[in-house]
Design a protein around this ligand. Structure first.
Ligand SMILES: [Zn+2]
Length: 245
């Protein structure tokens, strides 16, 4: 009897410790000790272009401003930049940097482009699984046409649900602050199967600061004032994310 009691006590302890460890893991995960900031494009890859300025330049300037603001107020948060100069990096290299640094969050910064010059505003992306694609293949055999339908399955997400929820939370905060602080036209939070956002267990957002195809926005995005305002807005949203507001 004593042995059984002792055994069940040990088993209970192991089980309880396991639950505790799991809870602790989730909790510490919500803190941001290491932040990865990704300035989109670079080097040979200019991204999109306005009349005078290239996307990579704006992304880099805002990323640096954001990083400096965070470093100043939260010196304990380690900031890892995917690029620290005008340099070409593949998406895989960017993801690898964030992974190797064991970042708790990734913020990727981009600038948009549209064929219509009227389109303007901000939008922030979070990861979503793609849809299966249906393609029709036409072949000719002995002069006869033959149609075959092929279904390409969607890439499955390795993301965990908590990371996705946190990504959505931050993305919403960023879009809200764009409107609240600097009266930008928010196009909202969007879900896409973007490779940079497909990071397992790590919340990740990609924010588009505005449209370089819109001349009014190009002037704003190129200006020091505009870049500072945009960085400050993302900073506020990040701060609220940290505080869990
Ligand atoms: Zn881009």
């Amino acid at each position: 009897m004593k042995i059984i009691l002792l055994l069940s006590f040990i088993l209970f302890n192991i089980f309880a410790q396991d639950i505790y460890a799991q809870k602790k893991k989730v909790k510490s995960f919500s803190k941001v000790k290491i932040l990865a900031i990704d300035a989109g494009h670079g080097g040979l890859d200019n991204g999109c272009s306005g009349k005078k300025i290239k996307e990579k330049t704006i992304n880099f300037a805002v990323s640096q401003l954001l990083g400096n603001m965070i470093k100043k107020k939260y010196p304990n948060i380690k900031i890892v930049y995917t690029r620290t100069k005008d340099q070409y990096l593949s998406i895989d290299q960017r993801v690898q940097t964030a992974h190797q640094a064991k970042a708790d969050l990734l913020i990727s910064i981009h600038t948009n482009h549209e064929n219509s010059r009227k389109v303007k505003g901000t939008e922030t992306f979070i990861f979503a699984e793609g849809k299966p694609t249906r393609i029709v293949i036409e072949t000719k055999k002995k002069g006869k046409k033959k149609k075959t339908i092929k279904i390409i399955p969607a890439a499955k997400s390795p993301k965990n649900k908590i990371a996705l929820k946190r990504s959505e939370d931050l993305a919403k905060k960023i879009e809200l602050e764009y409107v609240k602080q600097i009266k930008r036209n928010s196009r909202g939070v969007k879900k896409r199967p973007l490779k940079i956002l497909r990071i397992s267990k790590m919340p990740a957002v990609l924010t588009e600061l505005g449209f370089l195809s819109n001349s009014e926005e190009e002037v704003y995005l190129s200006s020091k004032k505009g870049q500072e305002q945009l960085a400050k807005t993302i900073f506020t949203a990040f701060e609220q994310y940290l505080k869990g507001k």
